[in-house]
Design a protein around this ligand. Structure first.
Ligand code: NCD
Ligand code: ZN
Length: 356
């Protein structure tokens, strides 16, 4: 039950976002800038954003894809490769160019082929990051084909994350797009320096939605949605106000033609209705008073950056808000995440202005 019609909060940030490049970037970047002040931009391009110089050029392409004077700051990341040079990472961090480094176990997800095969191989980089306080963002799934796909996050925690935390307790880590009760419990039971992002779609769908009445390629992402009890654990974590959990949409656009095929890509494109979905979830769980923590406060606190000065007003409408089911790009349409439930919340139009 809604208890109020509008809610004004600090402008949100997206702590896990795929913007891609070229025509796709041009299509999706303005959608993020419409609702979010900043976003942690994932580096899994082809080829990946490995060196500081790559991130500097990518940042320029992102800014060029936005209308002039758009109030949006991309927070850049580097893709941790077997060849990553600790000095290059440290220089990029010192100059303020990058906010984090992303660990993709090789083969775990879209464009992760150049990722890390054995975490022991990147020890020197991780030690340097721990020294300078640069966060490691982790795609937390093992790639061992013998591990069931629904168990890969929990097994990663046991085999990789827990040992890494014990070996390098000073390394600040964000476990990205968590999907399990195991991950929520692990974060809750950890000492300082570990946080997690949660996506809108993992708050809303469980694994049954992937197969409801037929196969649903637009619900396929990695890590894959799990059982209902895991979804409930994620909602509890997100709506609890616990500062270690914050929003990362993991909006991961793939053209419909590449999802609706015999071997469809993993990734949900959700950014056009992400805030509405999250507000609806918090409203349904009687937690609107903790929405701002999840979308606008907890992320900046973990990353050690100020919260946004600007605010955003979300309005609860009396009738469901209609969202465009897809977004056009020059290469074809992108289907928008369908939450399968009515969304009553919508951001009131903003006047865009660049932060001073
Ligand atoms: C992401 C992508 O498409 O880049 N896909 C996904 O299913 N989430 C990669 C990722 O974050 O795993
Ligand atoms: Zn992602």
């Amino acid at each position: 039950m809604a208890t109020r019609k509008t809610i004004t909060i600090r402008r949100p940030d997206d702590w896990h976002l795929h913007l891609r490049d070229g025509d796709m970037l041009a299509a999706v970047a303005p959608c993020t800038a419409a609702d979010f002040a900043r976003a942690i931009v994932m580096p899994n391009l082809v080829p990946p954003v490995v060196r500081g110089a790559d991130a500097a050029r990518y940042r320029e392409r992102i800014l060029a894809a936005l209308p002039p004077d758009t109030a949006f700051t991309p927070l850049m990341t580097l893709y941790l490769a077997q060849t990553t040079d600790p000095d290059d990472v440290a220089a990029a961090a010192a100059s303020g160019l990058i906010s984090a480094v992303k660990l993709y176990p090789a083969g775990a997800t879209t464009n992760s082929e150049s990722g890390v095969r054995d975490i022991a191989d990147v020890t020197a980089v991780l030690e340097r990051m721990a020294d300078i306080g640069l966060p490691l963002l982790v795609h937390g799934e093992v790639t061992d084909p013998d591990v069931d796909i629904f168990d890969r996050e929990a097994v990663f925690i046991d085999r990789v994350l827990d040992p890494l935390r014990q070996r390098l307790p000073a390394l600040r880590i964000v476990l990205e797009h968590v999907t399990t009760q195991d991950a929520v419990d692990f974060v809750r039971n950890s000492d300082a320096g570990l946080a997690a992002t949660i996506t809108p779609h993992h708050l809303i769908i469980n694994r049954n939605h992937l197969f409801a009445g037929g196969i649903r390629p637009h619900y396929y992402c990695l890590p894959i949605a799990k059982r209902e009890r895991h979804r409930v654990a994620l909602r509890d974590a997100a709506t609890s106000g616990d500062p270690r959990f914050f929003l990362g949409t993991d909006s991961a656009p793939h053209l419909d033609a590449l999802k609706e095929t015999a071997c469809g890509c993993a990734g949900v494109f959700n950014v056009t209705n992400a805030l509405s979905c999250v507000a609806q979830v918090f409203d349904d769980d009687d937690a609107l008073d903790r929405l701002e923590a999840f979308v606008s406060l907890n992320g900046p606190a973990f990353y050690g950056v100020p919260v946004n000065e600007a605010s955003i007003t979300l309005v609860r409408h009396d009738t469901p808000v209609a969202f465009a089911p897809s977004l056009a790009t020059n290469d074809g349409p992108l289907t928008v995440f369908d939450p399968g439930m009515a969304l009553f919340w919508h951001a009131a139009p903003q006047t865009a202005q660049r932060p001073a």
